[in-house]
Write a protein that binds this ligand. Sequence first.
Ligand code: SF4
Ligand code: SF4
Length: 165
Amino acid sequence: MKNFYNRIYSTLSSYTPLKGDCGRACNKACCQGDKDGDGMYLFPFEEEMYSSLPSWAAISETDFEYDTNKFAPLFSCDGVCDRKLRPLACRIFPLTPYIAKGGELEVIVDPRANGMCPLAALYVEDFEADFVNAVEKVGELLLSNPDTKKFLESFSRMLDDIRFI
Ligand code: SF4
Ligand code: SF4
């Protein structure tokens, strides 16, 4: 799956949510974790990208079962990383591909950004169009593989629990 993820990462290229560095206004609020704390889910088999784990990162188990007996690992970091090695979840934040209950692929603002990321108050249309289009393309690529498709479906239902409470 390394080729798969290299293709996904290159789809995102160097596109960013807004023109310029959004982290200046929030002091990189989404990068304030530590290796023993919170983190971002890795997508199925994305762990293969970390056969040599950087010193600033850790991978642990979670109870997020995206398919029968298949659990998403959690990627945590020291709050500073080599950007070339950050996982997909960090590359697309605070947007995410999302499968609506009717099965349509959408791009939404990740509801987990609420209360932490200043961009959470924006509409998807307010983000850089190249970035939004790239996240949508990532969603299409994720749907092309049965495991990543199943992950995205389960992940979307988990986001529903946050969005619609
Ligand atoms: S994505 Fe949000 S929380 Fe992260 S650096 Fe940009 S504005 Fe800050
Ligand atoms: S891996 Fe990089 S982008 Fe992701 S949370 Fe850590 S410091 Fe931020």
